[in-house]
Design a protein around this ligand. Structure first.
Ligand SMILES: [Zn+2]
Length: 447
Protein backbone atom coordinates (compact mmCIF):
# COMPACT_ATOMS: atom_id res chain seq x y z
CA UNK A 1 0.00 0.00 0.00
CA UNK A 2 1.45 3.35 -0.91
CA UNK A 3 1.89 5.74 2.02
CA UNK A 4 -0.51 8.39 0.73
CA UNK A 5 -3.57 6.39 1.75
CA UNK A 6 -2.42 6.68 5.32
CA UNK A 7 -2.76 10.43 5.37
CA UNK A 8 -5.05 11.38 2.50
CA UNK A 9 -8.61 10.27 2.07
CA UNK A 10 -9.59 12.54 -0.80
CA UNK A 11 -12.00 12.26 -3.64
CA UNK A 12 -9.35 11.10 -6.06
CA UNK A 13 -7.87 8.75 -3.50
CA UNK A 14 -11.30 7.36 -2.79
CA UNK A 15 -11.43 6.30 -6.41
CA UNK A 16 -7.99 4.79 -6.09
CA UNK A 17 -9.08 2.79 -3.08
CA UNK A 18 -12.20 1.73 -4.94
CA UNK A 19 -10.05 0.57 -7.83
CA UNK A 20 -7.75 -1.31 -5.50
CA UNK A 21 -10.82 -2.91 -3.99
CA UNK A 22 -11.85 -4.10 -7.44
CA UNK A 23 -8.58 -5.87 -8.01
CA UNK A 24 -8.63 -7.30 -4.51
CA UNK A 25 -6.62 -6.13 -1.58
CA UNK A 26 -6.41 -7.04 2.11
CA UNK A 27 -9.44 -6.35 4.27
CA UNK A 28 -7.37 -4.23 6.65
CA UNK A 29 -6.43 -1.76 3.91
CA UNK A 30 -9.94 -1.69 2.62
CA UNK A 31 -11.40 -0.98 6.03
CA UNK A 32 -8.97 1.84 6.51
CA UNK A 33 -9.90 3.27 3.15
CA UNK A 34 -13.60 3.12 3.76
CA UNK A 35 -13.52 4.42 7.29
CA UNK A 36 -11.10 7.24 6.92
CA UNK A 37 -12.60 9.75 4.45
CA UNK A 38 -13.77 12.18 7.08
CA UNK A 39 -14.43 15.72 5.92
CA UNK A 40 -11.36 17.16 7.67
CA UNK A 41 -9.15 14.58 6.03
CA UNK A 42 -10.33 14.96 2.49
CA UNK A 43 -8.02 16.15 -0.23
CA UNK A 44 -10.44 18.36 -2.07
CA UNK A 45 -10.70 19.16 -5.77
CA UNK A 46 -9.84 22.64 -6.97
CA UNK A 47 -13.48 23.68 -6.96
CA UNK A 48 -13.08 24.50 -3.28
CA UNK A 49 -10.49 27.18 -2.61
CA UNK A 50 -9.13 27.64 0.86
CA UNK A 51 -7.84 30.90 2.34
CA UNK A 52 -5.29 32.84 0.35
CA UNK A 53 -1.76 32.09 1.52
CA UNK A 54 0.61 34.80 2.70
CA UNK A 55 2.99 35.65 -0.11
CA UNK A 56 6.55 34.66 0.76
CA UNK A 57 9.27 36.32 -1.31
CA UNK A 58 12.24 33.97 -1.48
CA UNK A 59 15.75 34.91 -0.38
CA UNK A 60 16.94 34.19 -3.94
CA UNK A 61 14.50 36.75 -5.34
CA UNK A 62 15.44 39.36 -2.74
CA UNK A 63 19.15 38.82 -3.40
CA UNK A 64 18.54 39.15 -7.15
CA UNK A 65 16.94 42.55 -6.61
CA UNK A 66 19.60 43.65 -4.12
CA UNK A 67 22.31 42.76 -6.64
CA UNK A 68 20.93 45.00 -9.39
CA UNK A 69 23.01 48.09 -10.06
CA UNK A 70 21.50 51.28 -8.59
CA UNK A 71 20.56 53.71 -11.37
CA UNK A 72 19.62 56.51 -8.98
CA UNK A 73 20.32 57.68 -5.47
CA UNK A 74 17.99 56.77 -2.59
CA UNK A 75 14.66 58.51 -3.22
CA UNK A 76 13.56 58.20 0.42
CA UNK A 77 13.97 61.48 2.27
CA UNK A 78 15.92 61.34 5.53
CA UNK A 79 16.81 57.61 5.36
CA UNK A 80 19.10 57.87 8.40
CA UNK A 81 16.24 59.31 10.51
CA UNK A 82 18.65 61.91 11.88
CA UNK A 83 16.88 65.03 10.53
CA UNK A 84 14.08 66.08 12.84
CA UNK A 85 12.42 69.19 14.18
CA UNK A 86 9.40 69.55 11.93
CA UNK A 87 7.22 67.45 14.21
CA UNK A 88 8.16 67.39 17.94
CA UNK A 89 11.38 65.40 17.73
CA UNK A 90 10.08 62.81 15.27
CA UNK A 91 12.10 62.20 12.09
CA UNK A 92 11.13 64.49 9.22
CA UNK A 93 9.15 62.94 6.33
CA UNK A 94 7.84 59.99 8.40
CA UNK A 95 4.35 59.56 9.80
CA UNK A 96 2.27 57.20 11.94
CA UNK A 97 0.00 54.93 9.90
CA UNK A 98 -2.80 54.36 12.40
CA UNK A 99 -3.41 56.16 15.70
CA UNK A 100 -5.11 54.43 18.62
CA UNK A 101 -4.59 53.94 22.35
CA UNK A 102 -3.15 50.45 21.85
CA UNK A 103 -0.26 51.53 19.66
CA UNK A 104 3.01 53.17 20.77
CA UNK A 105 5.27 54.90 18.24
CA UNK A 106 8.86 55.55 19.31
CA UNK A 107 12.23 56.52 17.81
CA UNK A 108 14.80 54.89 20.09
CA UNK A 109 18.52 54.58 19.33
CA UNK A 110 20.32 51.32 18.74
CA UNK A 111 23.55 50.36 20.57
CA UNK A 112 25.55 52.12 17.82
CA UNK A 113 23.60 55.32 18.49
CA UNK A 114 21.66 55.17 15.21
CA UNK A 115 17.93 55.87 15.53
CA UNK A 116 15.27 53.43 14.38
CA UNK A 117 11.47 53.39 14.20
CA UNK A 118 9.57 51.23 16.69
CA UNK A 119 5.88 50.33 16.72
CA UNK A 120 4.53 48.43 19.72
CA UNK A 121 1.06 47.01 19.46
CA UNK A 122 -0.08 46.23 23.00
CA UNK A 123 -3.56 44.96 22.30
CA UNK A 124 -3.96 43.67 18.78
CA UNK A 125 -7.58 43.46 17.82
CA UNK A 126 -7.49 40.60 15.33
CA UNK A 127 -11.02 41.29 14.15
CA UNK A 128 -9.90 44.68 12.95
CA UNK A 129 -7.59 45.26 10.03
CA UNK A 130 -5.88 48.32 11.52
CA UNK A 131 -2.19 48.04 10.64
CA UNK A 132 -0.20 50.39 12.83
CA UNK A 133 3.07 51.29 11.12
CA UNK A 134 5.63 53.99 10.58
CA UNK A 135 5.43 55.21 6.99
CA UNK A 136 7.68 57.41 4.92
CA UNK A 137 6.44 60.06 2.53
CA UNK A 138 5.17 58.72 -0.80
CA UNK A 139 7.84 58.18 -3.47
CA UNK A 140 6.82 59.09 -7.04
CA UNK A 141 7.54 56.56 -9.80
CA UNK A 142 8.52 57.49 -13.33
CA UNK A 143 6.82 55.65 -16.21
CA UNK A 144 8.84 52.84 -17.84
CA UNK A 145 11.25 52.60 -14.90
CA UNK A 146 11.72 49.86 -12.29
CA UNK A 147 12.58 50.41 -8.64
CA UNK A 148 14.13 48.45 -5.80
CA UNK A 149 12.51 49.15 -2.42
CA UNK A 150 13.45 47.84 0.98
CA UNK A 151 14.07 48.38 4.66
CA UNK A 152 15.76 46.70 7.60
CA UNK A 153 13.59 45.19 10.32
CA UNK A 154 13.52 43.10 13.46
CA UNK A 155 10.39 41.85 15.18
CA UNK A 156 9.11 39.44 17.81
CA UNK A 157 6.15 38.44 15.61
CA UNK A 158 5.71 37.62 11.90
CA UNK A 159 5.57 40.76 9.81
CA UNK A 160 3.16 41.81 7.10
CA UNK A 161 4.52 44.19 4.46
CA UNK A 162 1.90 46.38 2.81
CA UNK A 163 2.26 48.81 -0.05
CA UNK A 164 0.16 51.94 -0.17
CA UNK A 165 0.06 53.45 -3.64
CA UNK A 166 -1.60 56.00 -5.84
CA UNK A 167 -2.71 55.02 -9.31
CA UNK A 168 -3.88 57.21 -12.11
CA UNK A 169 -6.23 54.95 -14.05
CA UNK A 170 -8.55 57.16 -16.06
CA UNK A 171 -6.68 60.25 -14.95
CA UNK A 172 -8.03 60.00 -11.38
CA UNK A 173 -5.46 59.67 -8.63
CA UNK A 174 -6.67 57.08 -6.16
CA UNK A 175 -5.14 55.40 -3.10
CA UNK A 176 -4.91 51.62 -2.76
CA UNK A 177 -3.30 49.01 -0.52
CA UNK A 178 -1.60 45.81 -1.62
CA UNK A 179 -0.16 42.99 0.53
CA UNK A 180 3.44 42.47 -0.54
CA UNK A 181 4.55 39.56 1.61
CA UNK A 182 4.96 37.93 5.00
CA UNK A 183 8.30 37.95 6.87
CA UNK A 184 9.57 35.70 9.63
CA UNK A 185 10.20 37.15 13.10
CA UNK A 186 13.85 37.95 13.82
CA UNK A 187 15.64 39.30 16.91
CA UNK A 188 18.49 40.58 14.72
CA UNK A 189 18.26 43.11 11.88
CA UNK A 190 17.14 41.59 8.56
CA UNK A 191 16.86 43.24 5.16
CA UNK A 192 13.67 43.05 3.10
CA UNK A 193 13.79 43.94 -0.61
CA UNK A 194 11.33 43.77 -3.50
CA UNK A 195 10.68 45.67 -6.72
CA UNK A 196 7.99 47.69 -8.41
CA UNK A 197 7.40 49.53 -11.67
CA UNK A 198 4.57 51.48 -13.26
CA UNK A 199 2.98 48.40 -14.89
CA UNK A 200 -0.09 48.79 -12.66
CA UNK A 201 -0.27 52.54 -13.37
CA UNK A 202 1.37 53.22 -10.01
CA UNK A 203 2.22 56.91 -9.72
CA UNK A 204 3.66 56.95 -6.19
CA UNK A 205 4.03 54.48 -3.33
CA UNK A 206 5.39 53.71 0.11
CA UNK A 207 5.63 50.52 2.15
CA UNK A 208 4.77 49.83 5.77
CA UNK A 209 5.52 46.86 8.00
CA UNK A 210 3.31 45.71 10.84
CA UNK A 211 3.35 42.75 13.21
CA UNK A 212 0.89 39.93 12.70
CA UNK A 213 -0.40 39.67 16.28
CA UNK A 214 0.44 41.65 19.40
CA UNK A 215 4.11 42.58 19.48
CA UNK A 216 6.68 45.10 18.34
CA UNK A 217 8.57 45.82 15.14
CA UNK A 218 11.65 47.96 14.56
CA UNK A 219 12.47 49.35 11.10
CA UNK A 220 15.14 51.62 9.62
CA UNK A 221 17.22 52.22 6.48
CA UNK A 222 14.27 52.66 4.10
CA UNK A 223 15.52 52.75 0.54
CA UNK A 224 13.96 53.22 -2.91
CA UNK A 225 16.14 53.51 -5.99
CA UNK A 226 15.89 52.88 -9.68
CA UNK A 227 17.19 49.59 -11.10
CA UNK A 228 17.42 48.23 -14.69
CA UNK A 229 14.12 47.64 -16.44
CA UNK A 230 12.05 44.67 -15.26
CA UNK A 231 10.28 44.27 -18.60
CA UNK A 232 10.91 41.18 -20.75
CA UNK A 233 12.15 41.47 -24.32
CA UNK A 234 8.63 40.57 -25.38
CA UNK A 235 5.39 39.46 -23.73
CA UNK A 236 4.86 35.73 -23.20
CA UNK A 237 2.05 33.37 -22.28
CA UNK A 238 2.17 29.86 -20.81
CA UNK A 239 -0.87 27.57 -20.96
CA UNK A 240 -1.05 25.14 -18.03
CA UNK A 241 -3.56 22.41 -17.16
CA UNK A 242 -3.92 21.12 -13.59
CA UNK A 243 -4.84 17.69 -12.24
CA UNK A 244 -4.51 15.68 -15.48
CA UNK A 245 -8.21 15.43 -16.32
CA UNK A 246 -9.13 13.17 -19.24
CA UNK A 247 -11.12 15.97 -20.87
CA UNK A 248 -7.84 17.75 -21.43
CA UNK A 249 -6.71 14.89 -23.66
CA UNK A 250 -10.04 14.48 -25.44
CA UNK A 251 -10.77 18.20 -25.94
CA UNK A 252 -7.88 20.57 -25.24
CA UNK A 253 -5.30 18.52 -27.13
CA UNK A 254 -7.19 18.96 -30.41
CA UNK A 255 -7.22 22.72 -29.90
CA UNK A 256 -3.57 22.84 -28.85
CA UNK A 257 -2.76 21.03 -32.11
CA UNK A 258 -5.00 23.36 -34.11
CA UNK A 259 -3.17 26.45 -32.82
CA UNK A 260 0.21 24.70 -32.55
CA UNK A 261 0.65 25.62 -28.88
CA UNK A 262 2.81 23.67 -26.46
CA UNK A 263 1.44 23.57 -22.90
CA UNK A 264 2.40 22.33 -19.41
CA UNK A 265 0.42 19.58 -17.68
CA UNK A 266 0.52 19.35 -13.87
CA UNK A 267 -0.10 15.72 -13.00
CA UNK A 268 -1.23 14.16 -9.68
CA UNK A 269 1.22 11.28 -9.94
CA UNK A 270 -0.50 8.62 -7.79
CA UNK A 271 -3.84 9.29 -9.45
CA UNK A 272 -2.39 8.86 -12.93
CA UNK A 273 -0.44 5.80 -11.77
CA UNK A 274 -3.69 4.12 -10.67
CA UNK A 275 -5.68 4.89 -13.86
CA UNK A 276 -8.45 6.64 -11.94
CA UNK A 277 -11.67 7.30 -13.86
CA UNK A 278 -11.81 10.78 -15.32
CA UNK A 279 -8.03 11.27 -15.18
CA UNK A 280 -5.35 10.57 -17.78
CA UNK A 281 -3.16 7.52 -17.25
CA UNK A 282 0.56 7.49 -18.00
CA UNK A 283 0.17 6.10 -21.53
CA UNK A 284 -1.96 9.11 -22.48
CA UNK A 285 0.40 11.51 -20.74
CA UNK A 286 3.29 9.99 -22.69
CA UNK A 287 1.59 11.02 -25.92
CA UNK A 288 1.44 14.59 -24.64
CA UNK A 289 5.10 14.46 -23.74
CA UNK A 290 6.15 13.09 -27.13
CA UNK A 291 4.03 15.77 -28.84
CA UNK A 292 6.33 18.36 -27.24
CA UNK A 293 4.30 19.36 -24.18
CA UNK A 294 5.81 19.73 -20.72
CA UNK A 295 4.86 17.35 -17.92
CA UNK A 296 5.10 18.71 -14.38
CA UNK A 297 4.14 17.66 -10.85
CA UNK A 298 0.96 18.50 -8.95
CA UNK A 299 1.90 16.35 -5.89
CA UNK A 300 1.10 12.71 -5.16
CA UNK A 301 -2.58 12.93 -4.27
CA UNK A 302 -3.67 16.58 -4.37
CA UNK A 303 -3.68 17.16 -0.62
CA UNK A 304 -3.39 20.71 0.72
CA UNK A 305 0.36 20.55 1.35
CA UNK A 306 0.20 22.98 4.26
CA UNK A 307 -1.78 20.41 6.28
CA UNK A 308 0.93 17.72 6.00
CA UNK A 309 3.97 16.92 8.14
CA UNK A 310 7.41 17.83 6.80
CA UNK A 311 8.07 14.17 6.00
CA UNK A 312 4.82 13.90 4.06
CA UNK A 313 5.58 17.06 2.12
CA UNK A 314 9.04 15.71 1.34
CA UNK A 315 7.49 12.44 0.12
CA UNK A 316 5.09 14.38 -2.12
CA UNK A 317 7.89 16.48 -3.55
CA UNK A 318 10.35 13.63 -4.14
CA UNK A 319 8.09 10.70 -5.00
CA UNK A 320 5.82 12.52 -7.44
CA UNK A 321 8.87 13.71 -9.35
CA UNK A 322 10.46 10.25 -9.25
CA UNK A 323 7.26 8.52 -10.40
CA UNK A 324 6.81 10.85 -13.37
CA UNK A 325 10.47 10.59 -14.35
CA UNK A 326 10.42 6.78 -14.09
CA UNK A 327 7.65 6.86 -16.71
CA UNK A 328 9.91 8.74 -19.10
CA UNK A 329 8.00 12.00 -18.63
CA UNK A 330 10.93 14.00 -17.28
CA UNK A 331 12.89 16.00 -16.65
CA UNK A 332 10.29 17.23 -14.12
CA UNK A 333 11.48 20.72 -13.21
CA UNK A 334 8.21 22.40 -12.31
CA UNK A 335 5.62 21.97 -9.55
CA UNK A 336 2.21 23.58 -8.89
CA UNK A 337 0.55 23.57 -5.46
CA UNK A 338 -2.77 21.72 -5.15
CA UNK A 339 -5.38 24.34 -4.19
CA UNK A 340 -2.67 26.98 -4.46
CA UNK A 341 -1.85 26.54 -0.76
CA UNK A 342 1.71 26.98 0.48
CA UNK A 343 3.70 28.21 3.46
CA UNK A 344 7.34 28.60 4.49
CA UNK A 345 7.76 24.87 5.20
CA UNK A 346 6.34 23.74 1.85
CA UNK A 347 8.37 26.39 0.01
CA UNK A 348 11.61 25.26 1.71
CA UNK A 349 11.01 21.64 0.70
CA UNK A 350 9.65 22.14 -2.81
CA UNK A 351 12.30 24.67 -3.82
CA UNK A 352 14.95 22.02 -3.09
CA UNK A 353 13.28 19.61 -5.51
CA UNK A 354 11.98 21.82 -8.31
CA UNK A 355 13.49 24.72 -10.25
CA UNK A 356 10.10 26.36 -10.81
CA UNK A 357 7.09 26.55 -8.50
CA UNK A 358 3.84 27.89 -9.87
CA UNK A 359 1.46 29.27 -7.25
CA UNK A 360 -2.13 30.47 -7.64
CA UNK A 361 -1.19 34.00 -6.56
CA UNK A 362 -2.88 36.10 -9.21
CA UNK A 363 -0.59 38.29 -11.28
CA UNK A 364 1.96 38.61 -14.04
CA UNK A 365 5.68 37.82 -14.07
CA UNK A 366 8.49 40.10 -15.22
CA UNK A 367 12.23 39.62 -15.68
CA UNK A 368 12.82 39.62 -11.90
CA UNK A 369 10.12 36.99 -11.19
CA UNK A 370 10.56 34.70 -8.20
CA UNK A 371 11.03 31.18 -9.62
CA UNK A 372 9.59 29.72 -6.41
CA UNK A 373 6.43 31.83 -6.71
CA UNK A 374 5.46 32.12 -10.36
CA UNK A 375 2.17 34.01 -10.48
CA UNK A 376 -0.73 32.79 -12.56
CA UNK A 377 -4.25 33.59 -13.71
CA UNK A 378 -6.97 30.99 -13.15
CA UNK A 379 -9.28 30.66 -16.15
CA UNK A 380 -12.81 29.93 -14.94
CA UNK A 381 -16.07 29.17 -16.64
CA UNK A 382 -17.04 32.74 -15.73
CA UNK A 383 -13.95 34.29 -17.36
CA UNK A 384 -15.28 36.46 -20.19
CA UNK A 385 -13.46 36.80 -23.50
CA UNK A 386 -13.08 40.48 -22.69
CA UNK A 387 -11.33 39.79 -19.37
CA UNK A 388 -9.18 37.12 -20.97
CA UNK A 389 -8.14 39.48 -23.74
CA UNK A 390 -7.31 42.20 -21.20
CA UNK A 391 -4.74 39.85 -19.58
CA UNK A 392 -3.09 39.22 -22.95
CA UNK A 393 -3.16 42.91 -23.85
CA UNK A 394 -1.51 43.78 -20.55
CA UNK A 395 1.22 41.15 -21.03
CA UNK A 396 1.86 42.36 -24.58
CA UNK A 397 1.90 46.08 -23.74
CA UNK A 398 3.96 45.73 -20.54
CA UNK A 399 6.23 42.93 -21.83
CA UNK A 400 5.17 40.58 -19.03
CA UNK A 401 4.73 36.83 -18.81
CA UNK A 402 1.21 35.60 -18.06
CA UNK A 403 0.63 32.00 -16.93
CA UNK A 404 -2.89 30.64 -17.53
CA UNK A 405 -4.29 27.85 -15.36
CA UNK A 406 -6.97 25.54 -16.73
CA UNK A 407 -8.59 22.45 -15.24
CA UNK A 408 -11.36 20.58 -17.08
CA UNK A 409 -13.04 21.10 -20.44
CA UNK A 410 -16.79 20.68 -21.00
CA UNK A 411 -17.42 19.25 -17.56
CA UNK A 412 -19.11 20.65 -14.48
CA UNK A 413 -18.00 23.23 -11.93
CA UNK A 414 -16.65 26.73 -12.15
CA UNK A 415 -13.15 25.43 -12.97
CA UNK A 416 -14.36 23.79 -16.18
CA UNK A 417 -14.31 25.86 -19.37
CA UNK A 418 -16.28 24.92 -22.47
CA UNK A 419 -14.66 23.68 -25.64
CA UNK A 420 -15.94 26.75 -27.51
CA UNK A 421 -14.61 29.06 -24.80
CA UNK A 422 -11.18 27.45 -25.01
CA UNK A 423 -11.24 27.72 -28.81
CA UNK A 424 -12.03 31.45 -28.62
CA UNK A 425 -9.36 32.00 -25.96
CA UNK A 426 -6.71 30.19 -27.98
CA UNK A 427 -7.69 32.32 -31.00
CA UNK A 428 -7.14 35.43 -28.86
CA UNK A 429 -3.72 34.13 -27.84
CA UNK A 430 -2.86 33.58 -31.51
CA UNK A 431 -3.97 37.13 -32.37
CA UNK A 432 -2.02 38.61 -29.45
CA UNK A 433 1.34 37.68 -31.00
CA UNK A 434 2.58 36.81 -27.52
CA UNK A 435 5.22 34.11 -27.48
CA UNK A 436 3.58 30.84 -26.33
CA UNK A 437 5.90 28.55 -24.36
CA UNK A 438 5.54 25.78 -21.77
CA UNK A 439 6.19 27.09 -18.28
CA UNK A 440 9.79 25.91 -17.83
CA UNK A 441 10.88 27.13 -21.28
CA UNK A 442 9.22 30.50 -20.67
CA UNK A 443 10.90 30.79 -17.26
CA UNK A 444 14.30 30.16 -18.84
CA UNK A 445 13.82 32.70 -21.58
CA UNK A 446 12.42 35.30 -19.14
CA UNK A 447 15.82 35.68 -17.46
ZN1 LIG B 1 -5.31 20.94 -8.72
Amino acid sequence: MTPFVLFCGGIAVFYVIYRIFLVGVSAVTLEHGLESPKKSNVCVADDTRLHDPDVILSDAYQKRIQNQPALSSNLIKNPTLTENGLNAGEPNYYNHGVENENTIYEVPSDTDGAPFLRVTDIKKDTSQDDRPTWISDMVPIEPEKSYDYGFSYRSDKPVQVTMEYLDGIGGNEKGHYRDIGALQPSSTWQRFTAHVDDADHILAFRVGATTIGEGHIDTRAYDVHQIPDAKLKQGMVSITFDDGWESVETRAKTLLDKYQFKASFYIISDVSAQSVDGYMGFSTIKHLKSAGHEIASHSLTHCDQTTLTSQQIKDNAEQSKKTLESQGLGPITSFAYPLGQYNKTTQDIYSKNYTYIRTSDAGYNDRYFDETNIHSMGVLNATSDETFKSWLDFAAAQHQWVVLVYHRIDETGKYSVTNDQLDRQFALIKQSNLQVLPLSSAAQSAR
